[in-house]
Design a protein around this ligand. Structure first.
Ligand code: CTP
Ligand code: MG
Length: 228
């Protein structure tokens, strides 16, 4: 089976603010999205890289993507939610995929993806029945609160993980799960709703999602220190 990357990049970045969606903000002189696309295009573990863009995207065409090589294909089929964008992408590539091919869904908003993240995920999920995702153990103490913001209780964090991307599942299983689930914030949730149990692969905190302006500074620091 082949492995395809699918990168949802059709969001508007409302929590970041600013005039351009965050995937196009400049990070170390390049559009933010280019950092993880470069990693996905460069690794021999991935056969093709599809980017799901908004039909209203006005930014993609302003850059030269040919330096990333022939694996990269933009799809202008983004939806109203992240799940809709991923499902739209899966539908758009159906004629290029076999049922048992793997799809690695990776947020455009995670620019600090490193080659070892992809390598570890692929290695540890290869023999899994269902698939899996990168994740990190929760570090903070967690409180369950009522609507008045009074603590109900502390939630033991020992078995809690923060989900990241890439999330790696078989094409047919992921598509079926998303068609059935829809309102989910990641692929694993859709798979779980189908009664299945994705494998967690421990990544690290450098693979952060850029959501707020502070995250952009953290991402810049991480990438800069990696380049040495
Ligand atoms: N995404 C997408 N289509 C959507 C919404 C989100 O492809 N309709 C993508 C984003 O571009 C991003 C990833 O899903 O790469 C993770 O979503 P998030 O961090 O929530 O990005 P935005 O939705 O753009 O940001 P916000 O929620 O702050 O508006
Ligand atoms: Mg969002």
């Amino acid at each position: 089976p082949k492995r395809f990357a699918l990168v949802p990049a059709a969001g508007i970045g409302s929590r970041m603010g600013g005039e351009r969606p965050k995937q196009y903000l400049t990070l170390l002189g390049r559009p933010l999205i280019q950092h993880s696309l470069s990693v996905l295009c460069a690794t021999p573990l991935i056969d093709k890289v599809f980017v799901v863009l908004s039909v209203a995207d006005r930014e993609w065409g302003r850059y030269d993507w040919s330096t990333l090589g022939p694996k990269l294909t933009p799809l202008f089929c983004g939806g109203a939610s992240r799940a809709d964008s991923v499902l739209g992408g899966l539908r758009a590539i159906s004629n290029q995929t076999e049922q048992s091919d793997w799809v690695l869904v990776h947020d455009a908003a995670r620019p600090c993806l490193a080659p070892w993240h992809v390598e570890k995920l692929v290695r540890e999920v290869a023999n899994e029945e269902v698939g899996g995702l990168l994740a990190v153990p929760v570090a903070d103490t967690l409180k369950l609160a009522d609507v008045q913001q009074h603590v109900i209780r502390t939630v033991p964090r020992d078995s809690l993980w923060q989900a990241q991307t890439p999330q790696m599942f078989r094409y047919v299983m992921l598509r079926r799960a998303l068609e059935a689930a829809r309102e989910v914030t990641d692929e694993a949730s859709a798979i779980e709703a189908a009664g299945l149990h994705p494998r967690l692969v421990q990544g690290d905190a450098t693979n952060l999602k850029v959501t707020y302006p502070l995250d952009l500074h953290l991402a810049e620091w991480i990438l800069r220190n990696r380049e040495e």
